[in-house]
Design a protein around this ligand. Structure first.
Ligand SMILES: [Zn+2]
Length: 85
């Protein structure tokens, strides 16, 4: 029984460490503790919805049009990237 609790705690720590680099380490920890390995999967999915701001290199939601950190307009940058492709 202790082993399961220990395993769940490890899942919480792993999820928290995955979440920490996108400023939701607390959410990751809670998900990991509550859902165990499933919490890790969820936090990985949330991480997939983030993109890197080309101006300040911080992670922001993929749908964001203005960077929450440096307030730069992201929609312009996306249009440029689409043309380059
Ligand atoms: Zn930025």
């Amino acid at each position: 029984m202790e082993l399961i609790i220990f395993f769940w705690l490890i899942c919480g720590v792993i999820a928290a460490s995955i979440g920490s680099d996108k400023e939701c380490g607390c959410l990751g920890f809670i998900l990991g503790i509550l859902l165990g390995p499933f919490g890790i999967i969820i936090i990985l999915l949330i991480k997939g919805n983030k993109k890197l701001c080309p101006y300040c290199m911080s992670r922001i939601p993929a749908e964001a049009t203005v960077c929450s950190k440096c307030q730069r307009d992201m929609s312009q940058e996306e249009k440029k990237q689409e043309i380059e492709r």
